[in-house]
Design a protein around this ligand. Sequence first.
Ligand SMILES: Nc1ncnc2c1ncn2[C@@H]1O[C@H](COP(=O)(O)OP(=O)(O)OP(=O)(O)O)[C@@H](O)[C@H]1O
Length: 266
Amino acid sequence: MMNYSSVRSDPPDEPAIRAETLNVVRGTRQVLRDLDFTVPRGQITGLLGPSGCGKTTLMRAIVGTQAKVTGTLDVLGRPAGHPTLRTRIGYVTQAPSVYDDLTISQNLAYFAAILDPGHTAADRRHENVTRAIADVDLTNHADALAGNLSGGQRSRVSLAVALLGTPELLVLDEPTVGLDPVLRRDLWALFHDIAGSRGATLLISSHVMNEAERCHRLLLMREGQILADDTPDALRTRTDSETVEAAFLHLVDEAVAAARAKETTR
Ligand SMILES: Nc1ncnc2c1ncn2[C@@H]1O[C@H](COP(=O)(O)OP(=O)(O)OP(=O)(O)O)[C@@H](O)[C@H]1O
């Protein structure tokens, strides 16, 4: 049973996300184990770790779509999954969620109508759709069928859908996977613009360690646990490493050695 802290107001100095003793079971497996961390507002936090370590599961818990979550998980001052969070969070899953038989504009218009229904909102919807398409640099393709787009373009349409409601928190699951270096660079520039100019909080997962260098803060995960919660600079300094990847490997070795030492003293 989720231990919801009581619904409260949402002071700006509160972290965007606060987890205490967070546990998640999927099937019969404990996938996340006793996580304690916070995600600050207005910054980009990278969620990094090897495939299968639990990044998607944690994101699903944060956006409120994951079952069997216990402990405390507050998001924008509300318990994760609270109905008032629906329009305040944008979530982009690994599989682009677009309709192939609709154009980019039609896809966006469809999702805008769900978010902001009614005839009186038509002008506002049109404005939001135009802005979101421009944000992801697809204005010149607005009338192209989604089924005819490249993988990178489809990912950007998904991102545009998440940007429709100008969310305070964007949760992006491996948004740059499979993209070429130029597109990846452009998307990271967009993420920094969203955080910098709108004050939005971004939680972005990746298993590509060099993307860590582009984040303000990092949550490094391994086997369902948080190995480190720090800035890239502090992580490199603390582990005397040149890159975040080297820092991560250092922390993994430390964790393995600590686990072995615990075993031998039993
Ligand atoms: N429906 C499920 N039932 C049982 N176990 C699951 C289920 N979905 C995922 N898992 C397990 O939970 C663990 C974490 O999966 P998750 O998808 O969160 O990892 P991830 O870090 O996002 O991986 P990737 O980078 O490959 O997407 C994995 O070991 C996976 O096998």
